[in-house]
Design a protein around this ligand. Sequence first.
Ligand code: SAM
Length: 366
Amino acid sequence: MKAGTEHRLYLRDARSLENLSTGEVDLVVTSPPYPMIQMWDSAFTSMNPDIGNALNGGNGNEAFEKMHLELDTVWGNLYARVREGGFICINIGDATRRLGDSFRLYPNHARITGTFLALGADPLPVILWNKPTNAPNKFMGSGMLPAGAYVTLEHEYILLFRKGKKRVFKEAEEKMRRRQSAFFWEERNNWFSDRWTLSGVRQKLDRRDARDRSGAFPFELAYRLILMYSLRGDKVVDPFGGTGTTMFAAMVTGRNSIHIEVNPGMAGIIREGTREIISVSRELVKKRLIDHQHFIEDYTARKKSPLYEHPVYGFPVVTSQETDLQLQTVSKIAEVEEFLFRVEYENVSRETSNRFTQETDILRFD
Ligand SMILES: C[S@@+](CC[C@H](N)C(=O)[O-])C[C@H]1O[C@@H](n2cnc3c(N)ncnc32)[C@H](O)[C@@H]1O
């Protein structure tokens, strides 16, 4: 892997992606403005004024379709730039809405899936993200009387697509990078489930109030997807980058990234976030190490014995695939020119790993 990574912010409309070349993108992690969710009406109307007219005229179907046509432009341009074997991960929620006298669901996840099928992508099993709800007893419709109530929407989707055949790792350098990017066996078991409950919120980069206002997803969502679907040194793109969550996750995981965002007001939030990257990267590595230690204690308590020892860190691991896993922390971050950030890393040594697992101020999820 190169000594460091680069992260570029473009403040522009994602419908034109001329700064990206064909096949340059290894992974997309994103969440677009959600069609038919009121907070995004003006964003869509500024892309096409007919959308506002359709909404005002109570024509939900027309507004829904026209909003998706704008997103389709982004998906089509982006797809052309994804490498063979690259992944596209899209967080999206469906919308329920009353327009005029009609209340109905607008199935955003199905509409976007249709677009990627038409582009030729291979759909993969989706992840349902169970969103914690503040009002578990909330219902919509006719109370205790049948038959006119609607279930509440308590999940969002993470749609997963692959472009073309499985990625091939030919070169020795790439094979080694892949092994170094391994995750722990128990992380695999947890992350590759099709239901995620991310009640936890990263404290520093992930303020809930800012999240509600900007539609940001939790840091952990981007962090996991990047670790699951890319290698260190790969390039991750978020065309609807918002507050910078995907970029921050790419920074701490040793991936390069490109972040596109139409709202220039986000630049300040992103710069502010980059100041936390060094300490957050240490906390995340520490948390992974402590979680692994707890897992091994539990595993051996159940009379199972992990078969391998990690040659650098000296702790047990369950599979041979984990023996080249290499942890890194961010040692330096600088904005080397406007909106271009360069990040440098330090390998975690056995001494650092031992020190981390003895520290008690571990990352809290609330
Ligand atoms: C659902 S939010 C994404 C939030 C992001 N995942 C985060 O964690 O902050 C959608 C973002 O897309 C941006 N956006 C809307 N239309 C856009 C366009 N045409 N091009 C680029 N960004 C756009 C919005 O300003 C908003 O920040």
